[in-house]
Design a protein around this ligand. Structure first.
Ligand SMILES: [Zn+2]
Length: 81
């Protein structure tokens, strides 16, 4: 039987879908019985989503900055001719 501390150790793998089928089942069985772990997983999932949203926003920002630089460089090169 999976204990709360065991679940805490594999929680991020569970959210990422990286557990084996039997581990996944054990986590689900535990979550059905344990509301503490349900809220723990819920919070962890929410913060994981937040981190992913932030990191993708960062990538977009970086991309936009590079595009701006290329546009500026292209305009500069054009003005030289
Ligand atoms: Zn638990």
């Amino acid at each position: 039987m999976l204990m709360c501390k065991d679940l805490a150790e594999i929680a991020s793998d569970y959210i990422d879908g990286e557990l084996s089928a039997s581990q996944n089942l054990a986590v689900r069985m535990h979550l059905m019985m344990c509301k503490h772990c349900r809220s723990f997983i819920g919070n962890l999932r929410a913060s994981t989503d937040l981190i992913q949203a932030h990191s993708s926003a960062k990538v977009d920002e970086e991309l936009m900055r590079k595009i701006d630089q290329r546009v500026a460089a292209a305009l500069k090169a054009r003005d030289k001719d």
